[in-house]
Write a protein that binds this ligand. Structure first.
Ligand code: SF4
Length: 330
């Protein structure tokens, strides 16, 4: 990808170890920023103040984001071929833009086959049934709510979808959240009910549409652990995955449709008041690294923190070169 002048300037500055990017939009919090801030402030500092990210993204994150795009296409248009096309287009786009984890044509083909196998298995499990019951009101979209809880922070995020169920006990609006994971046992019904994503997204939809959604549909899929075997073609691998998803639905899928009541949202907002104050204070002191302190207990979780090289080996040219600045649009 041809880099803009701004990107080049920021990359140069970054390699010299110079800190904080000039902010172009108001400080924000999102369900995932809240999670990051509460688990490790230093990680939040790298994301939100230093605004850097790994040059080569983690494969798991890239697969997760592609999965969201496939499902968005499927639920928006209801066309299998169009969703499969999205896999190819998005992988090519990531490679062309130079920030893909797929380093070779073979790894890109394996990723394409993996996502195709997952998607075909998913369609067998839920495809047509969902389309009959769910009216897709809004696909993946960003939201921004200014002056969150009376602070100067905006509350923002990306909602995977809002659906409407027309009749029956579950009649009403629902927020949908897609997840890819390597282990479904991480998530329980209780943890979904109190998740910042569940409560934050329901709050946001209520605020923006003026109607409170009934709850959340947590739609998780396990990524395959099967790998391409020696002497197996890419097509054979894809078919094997699809068959395995169909044969072992309980192993691969975890969907929970949970009612969330008004008082759960009110309690969540009450608790977020203090978090917003803490985050606001930290944002007001971007250069004070000591208040953005580390929590080294979580460095190894979820496949390892992307900022481990900086925290473990220090900020020097060799570690800084692993990162590039995140460029935000105004
Ligand atoms: S490596 Fe550990 S201490 Fe450093 S930002 Fe990540 S989680 Fe925090």
């Amino acid at each position: 990808m041809k880099k803009s002048k701004k990107s080049k300037r920021l990359t140069k500055k970054l390699a010299k170890g110079k800190g904080v990017q000039k902010r172009t939009r108001p400080p924000s919090m999102s369900p995932s920023t809240i999670d990051t801030f509460l688990s490790c402030r230093r990680k939040a500092w790298y994301h939100k103040i230093r605004r850097i990210t790994l040059k080569t993204p983690k494969l798991a994150l890239e697969l997760g984001s592609l999965w969201h795009k496939i499902l968005d296409s499927w639920y928006t248009w209801g066309k299998k071929e169009a969703a499969l096309k999205v896999i190819r287009i998005e992988i090519r786009k990531n490679i062309r833009e130079g920030f893909s984890a797929f380093s070779s044509p073979t790894s890109a083909s394996i990723a394409t086959a993996t996502l195709k196998g997952m998607f075909l298995g998913y369609l067998e499990r839920y495809g047509k049934k969902d389309l009959k019951i769910w009216k897709w009101r809004k696909g993946e979209h960003e939201f921004t709510i200014d002056k969150f809880l009376g602070t100067s922070l905006t509350f923002q995020g990306i909602i995977d979808g809002v659906i409407e169920i027309k009749k029956g006990k579950t009649k009403g609006l629902w927020v949908i959240e897609h997840k890819t994971t390597k282990d479904l046992s991480y998530t329980t019904v209780d943890s979904i009910k109190v998740s910042n994503q569940t409560l934050g997204y329901i709050y946001a939809v209520q605020k923006l549409l003026g109607v409170k959604p009934k709850g959340i549909i947590w739609n998780a899929i396990r990524k395959p652990s099967k790998r391409l075997k020696k002497n197996q073609t890419i097509n054979e691998y894809c078919t094997e995955l699809e068959e395995d998803y169909i044969a072992r639905p309980d192993f691969y899928f975890f969907r929970q449709q949970l009612f969330i009541n008004k008082s759960a949202i009110a309690t969540w907002l009450e608790e977020k008041e203090q978090v917003a104050l803490d985050m606001g204070f930290c944002y007001d002191n971007p250069e004070e690294k000591k208040i953005w302190y580390k929590n080294t207990d979580i460095c190894g979780m979820y496949g390892g923190c992307e900022f481990a090289p900086l925290c473990f080996r220090g900020e020097k040219r060799s570690t800084l070169l692993l990162y590039h600045p995140i460029i935000y649009r105004k």
